[in-house]
Ligand binder design. Sequence first.
Ligand code: ADP
Ligand code: MG
Length: 323
Amino acid sequence: TVLANQIAAGEVIERPASVIKELVENAIDAQASKIDILVEEAGTKSITIIDNGDGIAPEQVTRAFLRHATSKIVDRNDLFRVHSLGFRGEALPSIASVADVVLETAVASAKQGKKVHYRGGELIEEIGTSARQGTSVKVTDLFFNTPARLKYLKSQHTELAQIVDIINRLSLSHPDIAFRLTHNDHAILTSVGNGNVQQVLATIYGVQQARKMVALEAENADFKLKGYISLPELTRASRNYISILINGRYIKNYQLTKALVKGYGSKLMVGRFPLAVLEIDMDPLLVDVNVHPQKHEVRLSKEEQLMSLIEEAVAQRLGSENL
Ligand code: ADP
Ligand code: MG
C-alpha cells in the first residue's frame, strides 16, 4: 500500500542525498559504466539519474515499484551473502510514495522501452518509449505529501554537501564507472571511470592533495585491505574524509575508523584526521549488512582482528614513508 511505502520511505529516504544514493546504487547494480547525476536546488527541485546499464524489461517495470517484489533475499541466510548493493526491493516504491517519479528504461535487445510516471505512490502513466539502453529516473516534488520530512530538511548548502559526500564515496568505491555530478548546471565532479582510484582522489581533492596520499595494502587469512591514506601533513578537521568499503559497499563503522586513526600514533595533531579510502575484502559471511535500512552501519564478526590489521598496516606504511 501507499502508506506502507511511505513508512518504509521514512526509514530509507531521509533527504535528497538518500534518494541519490539509492538510485545510483541501482545503476551500479545494473552494471552501468556511466552514471550522470543532475541535481537542481540541492535535490529539492529535481534529481535526475541517467545510466547506461542493463535497463529493465518492459513487463518488469511496474513490478520494480512494488515493495519487496524484487527483493533478492530468498531466505534469512541471504542477508549474509549480499553481493549487489540493493537487496530489499524498497527504494523505488519508497521514493515513488513520497515524490513525483518518471522512470524511462530499455534493455539491450528491446525494440521499445518503457516509461512510467508515479506520484505519491500512484501510477499515473505507463507508455512505450525509445529504446536507448539504460535507465533514467527523474524525481521532483520530493516529500510533497510528507510535510514533516520536508520541514526537516536542512539548508541547501547542507543538503548539497551530503549529496557531494555520497557521490565522492561512490565514485571512490567504483573507479571503473564514469560519474558526473551536476548541480544547477554547474559541474561538481567528473570521474573518468578508468579504474584508477588515485585519479578519482585527484578529482575530488585536487592533484596536489592526491600526491600526499600513499597506497596501503595488507592481508591476513580473513581480510584483504587495499587503499590510500594521506600522509600526516594532509589532514582535515573531520572524520568524514575517511571512506571505508567492505566488499564494494561503503559502510560506517566507528571502530574501524578509530583503528585507522590510531595507526597514525602521535603523528596527527589533536582534532585532525587523515583522508583515506580503505577497501576491505572479506567473506560476506563475516558481515551483517542488514543492521540498518540504509545499509551504512554494519556489524562484523572478528572486528577486533580487523582493527589490529588496519592499525598495524597504517603504522607500518607511515613508518616506511618516514625512512
Ligand atoms: P533493490 O535495488 O533493493 O532490488 P529497488 O527498489 O532499488 O530495489 O529497485 C527495484 C528493482 O528495479 C531492482 O531490483 C532492479 O531490478 C530494478 N532497477 C531499479 N533501478 C534500475 C536501474 N537503474 N537499472 C536497471 N534496473 C533497475
Ligand atoms: Mg536498490
